[in-house]
Ligand binder design. Structure first.
Ligand SMILES: Cc1cc2nc3c(=O)[nH]c(=O)nc-3n(C[C@H](O)[C@H](O)[C@H](O)COP(=O)(O)OP(=O)(O)OC[C@H]3O[C@@H](n4cnc5c(N)ncnc54)[C@H](O)[C@@H]3O)c2cc1C
Length: 389
C-alpha cells in the first residue's frame, strides 16, 4: 500500500490534500517555494460541497467562524445601479451552515488549513523548497529542490498552481495563455465602504466588457472588491502587482458611484492587479506515480468563483481514491474518472458566465437567469461523488 506522499505547493489544494491524506494514515510532506507562509490573497468563495468537505476534515468550527454565508447576491446595472432581476435565490434555507456558498478571506482559509495540517504533524509543511526537478520511477518519485536537497516518496502530487513546475517538467512545456482579462482587487474597511453598499452586502455590477463584484468578509468588517475587465495586453506574472485607484477607476469609467466612489477610498496598499491566464485541458492529470491537482491541473476563469472549490474538491476526492488502497495508477485513474466531467463543466460554465456578465448593456433577461441556473454547480459534494477503482 502507498504510504508516503510529496505534495508540491502549500496552496489551498495542496493543504487540503495533505490533511485528507494524513487522516488516512499517509506520511505527507508539503514542499512550498515561499520562504514563509504569509497572509496573502483576498476574498474567495467556498461552495457548499467544498465547505462540507473541509468540515469532514475536522475544520467545521473554524471555517464557519471565519466565513460569511452568501444569502443573496444583487445583480446591478453598472451605470444606474438599478437592481436587475437576478438574485441568488436558493431552495435550501439559510441554516448558518454550508447550505449556501460562503465567502472567506483566502488568508484565513489558508491559515485554518495550515493549522489543521500542523496539528497532525508539525513538520509536514516545509517552506523555502522550490521544486526544480521531479524524477519518477517504478517504486517512487524523487523531488529535487532549488537549494540542492532532494526528497523521495511513493507518490508526488503537483499542487503548485497555475504556473506549475510539475506540469511543465512532466506533462507539457507550454506556458499558460493570457485570457484577455485583467483583474483588480482591493480590501476596504466597512466603515469606509458603508456609504457605497446600498445594493446590499454582496453585489455584482454588470457592464460592457467589465464586471465589478464586491462583498463583505471577516464578520462583515471588510469589503472585498474585485473588478474583471477585458484587456488586450498583460505582461506581469503572479498575484502581487500593485495597482492604483486611478488605474482601477479608469478601466471602470462610466460605472455607478457605488463602484467608483468605493474604489477611490480603497487603502492604496490593498490594490493589486493581475492577468487571467488559461490553458487547454490536459488529456490526463496523472502519469505513473505523479498527479496534478487544482490550478496546476485545470486553471479556470474566476467568473463563478469556483477555482478554490475545485482545488479543495480535488484534494478530498484524491485522498478518497488513494484510501481505497489501490496502487497509484489505478487510484489516480479512478480520481480522474470521478473528476473529469465536473472540472470540464465548471471550466466551460465559467467561460459562459464571463460572457453573460460582460456581454454589453445589461438587461434583466440574460443576467437574471444565470445565477439560479448555476446553483447546481455549487452543490457538488466531494465526500459522496462516486469512485470506481
Ligand atoms: C499568493 C496567492 C494569492 C492568491 N490570491 C487570490 C485572490 O485574491 N483571489 C482569488 O480568487 N484567488 C487567489 N489565488 C488563487 C487561488 O487561491 C487558487 O486559484 C485556487 O485556490 C487554487 O489553488 P491551488 O492550490 O491549486 O493553487 P495556488 O493557491 O496557486 O497554490 C499553489 C502553491 O504552489 C506554490 N508553488 C508554485 N510553484 C512551486 C514550486 N516550483 N515549488 C514549490 N512550491 C511551488 C505556490 O507558491 C503556491 O503556494 C491566489 C493564489 C496565490 C498563490
Amino acid at each position: 500500500m502507498t504510504v508516503s506522499a510529496s505534495i508540491i505547493g502549500a496552496g489551498l489544494g495542496g493543504l487540503t490534500a495533505a490533511l485528507a491524506l494524513m487522516r488516512e494514515g499517509y506520511h505527507v510532506r508539503v514542499y512550498e517555494q515561499a520562504p514563509a507562509l504569509r497572509e496573502v490573497g483576498a476574498g474567495i468563495t467556498v461552495s457548499p460541497g467544498a465547505g462540507q468537505g473541509l468540515a469532514s476534515l475536522g475544520l467545521e468550527g473554524e471555517l464557519l467562524a471565519a466565513s460569511t454565508p452568501i444569502p443573496d447576491i444583487a445583480f446591478a446595472h453598472y451605470r444606474t445601479g438599478a437592481l436587475l432581476a437576478g438574485r441568488f435565490e436558493r431552495d435550501a434555507p439559510l441554516d448558518g451552515g454550508f447550505s449556501t456558498p460562503r465567502h472567506i478571506h483566502r488568508a484565513d482559509l489558508h491559515a485554518i488549513l495550515l493549522a489543521g495540517v500542523r496539528a497532525m504533524d508539525s513538520a509536514a509543511v516545509v517552506p523555502a523548497k522550490r521544486l526544480v526537478e521531479a524524477t519518477p520511477d517504478d517504486a517512487g518519485v524523487t523531488a529535487a529542490f532549488a537549494d540542492g536537497e532532494t526528497a523521495r516518496a511513493d507518490i508526488l502530487i503537483g499542487a503548485d498552481g497555475a504556473r506549475s513546475s510539475v506540469r511543465r517538467l512532466l506533462f507539457e512545456d507550454s506556458p499558460p495563455v493570457f485570457a484577455g482579462q485583467i483583474a483588480f482587487r482591493c480590501l476596504i474597511p466597512r466603515e469606509i465602504a458603508a456609504p457605497y453598499l446600498s445594493a446590499g452586502n454582496a453585489a455584482v455590477f454588470l457592464g460592457p466588457g467589465r464586471v465589478f463584484n464586491r462583498y463583505l468578509i471577516r464578520q462583515g468588517t471588510l469589503a472585498n472588491v474585485i473588478g474583471l475587465a477585458q484587456c488586450d495586453l498583460w505582461r506581469n506574472e503572479g498575484w502581487n502587482t500593485p495597482a492604483t485607484p486611478e488605474e482601477f477607476i479608469d478601466v471602470f469609467e462610466g460605472f455607478h458611484d457605488d463602484v467608483l466612489g468605493l474604489v477611490a477610498r480603497a487603502p492604496p496598499e490593498s490594490l493589486i492587479k493581475w492577468g487571467l491566464f488559461v490553458r487547454e485541458p490536459l488529456q490526463g492529470w496523472s502519469s505513473g506515480r505523479v498527479i496534478l491537482i487544482g490550478d496546476a491541473a485545470h486553471p479556470i476563469l474566476p467568473f463563478l468563483g469556483l477555482g478554490a472549490a475545485l482545488a479543495i474538491e480535488d484534494g478530498l476526492v484524491l485522498a478518497r481514491a488513494l484510501a481505497t488502497g489501490a496502487a497509484p495508477p489505478a487510484a489516480f485513474a479512478a480520481f480522474e474518472r470521478a473528476r473529469g466531467d465536473r472540472v470540464e463543466t465548471v471550466r466551460l460554465e465559467s467561460i459562459r458566465q464571463g460572457r453573460i456578465l460582460q456581454s454589453g448593456e445589461p438587461d434583466g433577461g440574460a443576467v437574471a437567469r444565470s445565477p439560479s441556473q448555476n446553483t447546481a454547480l455549487f452543490d457538488y459534494d466531494p465526500r459522496t461523488v462516486a469512485l470506481h477503482v
